[in-house]
Design a protein around this ligand. Structure first.
Ligand code: HEM
Length: 538
């Protein structure tokens, strides 16, 4: 193959030699000039003013003044770890992705996060958690940018700025931090009722994990897999923690928020340092790739819907072990840049309109967050596969590209990079037929069902989980200043379940409204309960 013309990746160790911050035995300036004193400014006499000519002073302070980069617009608070993924080979029939082959080991970096809080916010808040995995595969980087909740608030990425504006602190008071207990959040979810399913998960124990090691992860969207024969299936990705799914009670979370706001970060670091390596199995739910893109009547392009595991069991395809803590938080956890479009051959996207918008958003935000177009060269973001792109120059360019002709084909730098046969192993977009249809700003009709799966989730809970959900809605809605918002959210609860609605209404001192839509006829799904086994009599 064509050689990588960029700086060495240092892939095997994860820390390239060129990225080591300290070399040699002596303290130096950034230019390598040896220093003898870093504690005293250069002055006109011990009591005199400081001299502008003090290069060391100015370099040290100027660099410090520019140490901060913008925090992520969402998922700002995070913790990460390195590990290894081992394929089981069980997915070979449905995907040609090499990292899933039997016994194949691939280095990974995982970043866990909360969504709404700022970088310094507490870990144990009621929120969705991010679970983003970078697989450094031989065929290019695969990012599985997942959450610990299997559905999302909205169905179309065009509403993402709106739901996040509604969830972030109020623009006037900048409160609350990382909690959903406020007017704009409840205003949004009661008006945009497709958010009711995700909101129910947020009001459940799932939104207060005991540990990152005890969380499930979900790709949320449906993806398309393609095998060596070009056959396709639709899948949903799941991470299943070896330790099981466990939560903090609300009271525990409140205490920990005060006594140890770094509880989850500390737990992850301490567990790995102690050799108690966290483990997950990666699994897929597999659906036939039919033109309707539905399964058992569930629209697979609707990110507010799950497919219950009784209908499509999660089939294990590999194992993840986290076995190494970061050396430097900024270099690894802060600078890592995930993107749902980083896919290896064998995994492709679908037309889920939320996923389609995400494909634009991540690289766009990282251009600002990481200071220009060359952030793929930051050590943590470098692929472990050889890179030979035609991207050139730009801010923070670290590569010294060889050659004169960054275009293909060319007759100056060594010919045609696509000779016959050489693109075996290339990423090829699945040639899905795009329906001939009028251009519209509209959703499929199936996206109009906003309450049935919230009801499914509620009915699947054990009595103690239901009790926690009732208390969470009552507490959070009790924080709203606007009565009309509380009442509108109660109407949504009435459309989900009369018992839930009545209990929360009683807690708020309000009367329970009647449903405005027929209650969905759904059966409980045992896999949704953390307790399991004991279905309530109602
Ligand atoms: C982070 C956008 C939906 C999971 C981010 C970031 C943006 C973003 C801009 C910050 C990235 C960075 O600064 O590097 C969006 C948009 C969405 C969306 C526009 C919908 C339209 C989702 C969904 C999931 C998800 C559905 C889960 C399946 C994550 C995770 C991170 C993240 C885990 C943190 C990545 C990290 O640890 O660095 N998202 N997101 N997002 N998003 Fe999304």
């Amino acid at each position: 193959g064509t050689p990588d013309t960029r700086t060495p990746t240092g892939a095997a160790t994860g820390v390239p030699p060129s990225a080591k911050g300290q070399q040699g035995a002596y303290l130096t300036t950034a230019q390598g000039a040896r220093l003898r004193d870093t504690d005293h400014s250069l002055k006109a006499g011990p009591r005199g003013p400081v001299l502008l000519q003090d290069h060391h002073l100015r370099e040290k302070i100027t660099h410090f003044d520019h140490e901060r980069i913008p925090e992520r617009v969402v998922h700002a608070r995070g913790a990460g770890a390195h590990g290894v993924f081992t394929g089981y080979g069980s997915a070979e029939g449905v995907t040609k992705a090499g990292f899933l082959a039997k016994g194949k080991e691939t280095p990974v970096f995982v970043r866990f996060s909360t969504v709404l809080g700022s970088r310094g916010s507490a870990d144990t808040v009621r929120d969705t958690r991010g679970f983003a995995t970078k697989f450094y595969t031989d065929e290019g980087t695969f990012d599985l940018v997942a959450n610990n909740i299997p559905v999302f608030f909205i169905q179309d990425a065009i509403k993402f700025p709106d739901i996040i504006h509604a969830g972030k602190p109020h623009p006037d008071r900048e409160i609350p931090q990382a909690q959903s207990a406020h007017d704009t959040f409840w205003d949004f979810v009661s008006l945009h009722t497709e958010a009711q399913h995700h909101t129910m998960w947020n009001m459940s124990d799932r939104a207060v994990p005991r540990s990152y090691r005890m969380m499930e992860g979900f790709g949320v969207h449906t993806f398309r897999l393609v095998n060596a024969a070009g056959e396709t299936v639709l899948v949903k990705f799941h991470w299943k923690p070896k330790l099981g799914v466990h939560s903090l009670t609300w009271e525990e979370a409140q205490m920990l928020g005060g006594t140890d706001p770094d509880f989850h970060r500390r737990d992850l670091y301490d567990a790995i340092e102690a050799g108690a390596f966290p483990e997950w199995e990666l699994g897929i739910q597999v659906f036939p790739d039919t033109p309707e893109e539905t399964f058992n009547g569930i629209d697979l392009l609707d990110p507010t819907k799950i497919v219950p595991e009784e209908l499509a069991p999660v089939q294990p395809v590999g194992r993840l072990v986290l076995n190494r803590t970061p050396t430097n938080f900024f270099a690894e956890v802060e600078q890592v840049a995930f993107h749902p479009g980083h896919l290896p051959p064998g995994i492709d996207v679908t037309n889920d309109p939320l996923l389609q918008g995400r494909l634009f958003s991540y690289v766009d935000t990282q251009l600002t967050r990481l200071g220009g177009p060359n952030f793929a060269q930051i050590p943590i973001n470098r692929p472990h596969a050889p890179v030979n792109d035609m991207l050139r120059d730009g801010f923070h360019q670290h590569a010294v590209h060889a050659g004169v002709a960054p275009y293909r084909p060319n007759s100056l730098d060594g010919g045609n990079p696509f000779p016959a046969g050489v693109d075996d192993g290339a990423f090829v977009d699945v040639p899905v037929t795009v329906a001939e249809a009028p251009k519209v700003r509209a959703n499929p009709v199936s996206f109009d069902d906003h309450f049935s799966q919230a009801r499914l989730f509620w009915l699947s809970m054990s009595p103690v989980e239901k009790e926690h959900i009732i208390r969470a809605y009552t507490f959070e809605l009790g924080k709203c200043y606007h009565q009309a918002i509380r009442e509108r959210q109660l109407q949504c609860l009435a459309n989900i379940d009369p018992v839930l609605c009545a209990e929360v209404a009683t807690g708020l001192g309000l009367s329970a409204p009647q449903p405005t839509v027929p209650l969905a006829d759904v059966a409980p799904s045992p896999a949704l309960s953390q307790v399991g086994g004991e279905w309530p009599a109602d």
